[in-house]
Design a protein around this ligand. Structure first.
Ligand SMILES: [Zn+2]
Length: 397
């Protein structure tokens, strides 16, 4: 009798720990990837659909990019659960199955195991799709693992075809990549009004996809994840500034906490682990990424969070046409205008003697003029932390 009792207790404990191992009831995961969306841009834009997903879901504004901060290394890290030092995806010309780089492990088809392979192995009948506006995204895929892999030339069409596919096939996993925000960052400049407008327009395209999930009748068993590959600054990206390296993420739908700011640090390569975790599947040990467990009801933040000082977004120098102000020249005098980062409270402090601003440096209260060659350093400060310094050099001709 005692033995039976012990066995029953053990089974009870086991089923309890198994219940907590994965979120329950998620049968579909739809990832919506918005190319070139920085956290700074996200804060600046009016975006009712994404805001409502955030309020019903869990989110974070400090997802860290893979270096370099360009598309292929970052999208591929999301698909492969590992960075370029492991997969070889170091630039935008990389291709899956190229095998010019020695991955630590390899599939029969000469690839590093990505999300699609892991789902296909563990759920052979799963409906898996990728629909992408940037045709370079196709380089990251092995079509034989997917039921649907297509590119469309416009963002609207990519969103519409994604919506049709959701209604028609109710995919278990769908990765959608929309490219317009990045285009506008390159042409009009990051944080230009056109860039922010395109985030607002993209919100409407995200809504088409979210509405399709509802119309397909799968909203109560679907997890939506909104991600970006990188941000940008001036007319590009690829560098190491806060605005290039820092992007938002939203988890919404089945099993996700409501209106919850995730504290756990999230990296690009965590996404692969997020998807297989949500679907209750096992991630391969060779992946580096960790699932964002605290996004889900019944899962706590890790007890080893390391939080000392916050790294804040940097202020920006206003510059004509969103070009770099780092070596601007002027005639009689130049006006220095420093803009606070969107969505962050605090004060900007600056120096003009080439020293690094600290908490006793002058507070920036508005535009000022310089009439000799001047190096301006500025930093954002508040009670919880500070930004890295940003420098602009105004050269008298
Ligand atoms: Zn990109």
């Amino acid at each position: 009798m005692k033995q039976i009792f012990v066995v029953i207790i053990c089974c009870g404990l086991l089923s309890c720990s198994q219940q907590k191992q994965f979120p329950k009831g998620i049968e579909h995961v739809v990832v919506i990837g918005l190319d070139g969306l920085s956290s700074t841009g996200f804060h600046a834009a009016t975006k009712p659909c994404m805001d409502s997903l955030m309020h019903q879901g869990a989110y974070n504004y400090k997802v860290r990019c893979i270096l370099p901060s360009v598309s292929t290394p970052n999208w591929n890290a999301m698909l492969c659960g590992a960075g370029p030092e492991i997969t070889g995806a170091v630039n935008n010309s990389w291709k899956a199955q190229d095998f010019s780089f020695p991955y630590p492990v390899m599939s029969q088809s000469h690839s590093f195991p990505n999300i699609f392979r892991i789902i296909r192995e563990q759920k052979p009948d799963a409906e898996l799709g990728a629909i992408y506006q940037w045709n370079g995204f196709h380089n990251l895929l092995e079509d034989e693992l997917l039921n649907m892999s297509k590119t469309y030339p416009t963002q609207l069409e990519t969103a519409q075809k994604s919506a049709e596919y959701i209604l028609d096939k109710k995919p278990n996993f769908l990765f959608i990549q929309l490219d317009d925000i990045d285009h506008e960052g390159h042409s009009a400049g990051h944080m230009s009004s056109k860039y922010v407008d395109f985030i607002e327009e993209t919100d409407g395209h995200v809504k088409l996809i979210v509405d399709a999930i509802r119309k397909a009748g799968i909203a109560d068993k679907t997890l939506i994840i909104i991600v970006s590959d990188h941000g940008g600054i001036f007319h590009g990206h690829g560098g190491n500034t806060y605005d290039e390296l820092t992007t938002p993420i939203i988890f919404a739908g089945k099993g996700v906490k409501n209106n919850y700011l995730i504290k756990q640090q999230i990296y690009k390569y965590d996404l692969a682990a997020d998807v297989v975790f949500a679907l209750g599947l096992k991630a391969p040990q060779v992946w580096v990424g960790r699932p964002t467990r605290p996004a889900y009801q019944g899962f706590d933040e890790p007890d080893n969070l390391w939080q000392d000082l916050d790294v804040l977004p940097s202020p920006r120098y206003a510059s004509e046409n969103y070009t770099s102000p780092f070596s601007g020249t002027f005639g009689d005098e130049a006006t220095v205008t420093i803009l606070p980062p969107e969505g962050t409270k605090g004060e900007i402090r600056y120096t003009t003697d080439e020293s690094v601003p600290n908490r006793t440096s002058p507070v920036y209260t508005g535009p000022f003029t310089v009439n000799t060659t001047t190096v301006v350093n500025a930093k954002m400060f508040n009670e919880s932390g500070e930004s890295v310094k940003v420098t602009a050099t105004y050269i008298k001709q």
